[in-house]
Design a protein around this ligand. Structure first.
Ligand code: 13P
Ligand code: SF4
Length: 304
């Protein structure tokens, strides 16, 4: 089927099913273009709550659809690709987290939304890359167990007085961006600002002119007087950057900064998902209730 026909069929089925399409900035460009809303993890969770549609087609990885299903139990949340999972989310296990909690009885658990519903249910509060510092600083406790991203944990640790106990997880896509990659690109593009996602290594973040979530990176590039930017995150963000400020130039910091899971969702799978009403995301009731508490606490934290 040609792309134009695929898009037409998707539009018809969206009306028939009373569905909306939400997509993360790392999705394929053509998927972002058919979405009703494109955002970062925080924006997508907030948008899921705002939606009045019966069906949400979530173009992203599993934990994102799961967060929408936790927050919106009355809606049908569909994942076009059930095998699109986040490797970092799989780096933390329940038994290990319970052991860590026993070792640090006074600490509260903050979990990055890039985690399973079961891990969220074991946590006090969630955070995203857009609000991690505000979330941690909003807590009464002086000690925080931060799961699963050690790089985001280090970023937060540098911006809080609280003791951060990090988990040994990381995002393979961001972790393989090296300081040398940045230095090489800076040499090639001396006028460019380097903007980076906090999932990058600390020694990479040290070189950044600005550190932010995906949406924050787009806002910075759009509002900055600079004309060129080296982009320290997954390459899918370039599409959103070109749309937000097409007159500027963007250089991906590394040709390998691509998340294979995020690229698994394509237009055919979106259409199939709407046609067959699959794959429905379900979360067991007792897990959902506790995970929702952690997400609701996060959504109540005010950010700048
Ligand atoms: P944000 O969109 O929240 O910046 O997250 C990036 C990410 O890695 C999502 O998987
Ligand atoms: Fe997970 Fe990293 Fe891919 Fe985001 S970019 S989904 S954190 S592996």
């Amino acid at each position: 089927m040609q792309q134009a026909e695929l898009i037409e069929r998707i539009k018809e089925l969206k009306i028939k099913r009373n569905a909306v399409i939400l997509a993360h900035y790392y999705s394929r460009p053509e998927v972002q273009d058919i979405a009703d809303f494109v955002g970062d993890s925080l924006g997508l969770s907030q948008e899921a709550v705002r939606q009045t549609a019966d069906v949400i087609v979530f173009c992203g990885v599993h934990f994102m659809g799961e967060s929408a299903a936790i927050l919106c139990p009355d809606k049908t949340v569909l994942l076009p690709e059930i095998d699109a999972t986040c490797p970092m989310a799989d780096m933390v296990d329940i038994e290990g987290l319970k052991r860590e909690k026993e070792k640090h009885p006074d600490a509260l658990v903050v979990c990055y939304v890039n985690s399973s519903a079961a891990i969220k249910a074991e946590s006090y509060i969630c955070c995203t890359s857009a609000n991690a510092v505000e979330v941690v600083n909003s807590l009464e406790a002086d000690e925080v167990i931060f799961v699963p991203d050690k790089n985001l944990a280090a970023y937060v640790e540098a911006r809080t007085d609280k003791k951060i106990i990090p988990w040994e997880g990381h995002c393979p896509t961001h972790h393989q961006i090296l300081r040398e990659d940045v230095l090489k690109m800076k040499e090639k593009h001396p006028e460019a600002k380097f903007i980076a996602h906090p999932e990058c290594r600390p020694e990479v973040l040290e070189l950044a002119d600005h550190i932010a979530s995906t949406r924050g990176m787009i806002m910075y590039a759009k509002n900055s007087p600079a004309k060129e930017f080296i982009i320290g995150t997954e390459c899918g963000l370039l599409h959103g950057l070109h749309k937000a400020a097409p007159e500027k130039k963007y250089y991906c910091v590394s040709e390998f900064a691509c998340c294979p899971s995020m690229k698994m969702v394509n237009l055919e799978k979106v259409l199939f998902s709407l046609e067959k009403v699959q794959h429905v995301v379900t979360v067991p009731y007792n897990v959902r209730i506790r995970a929702k508490e952690a997400l609701d606490r996060m959504l109540a934290v005010k950010i700048r």
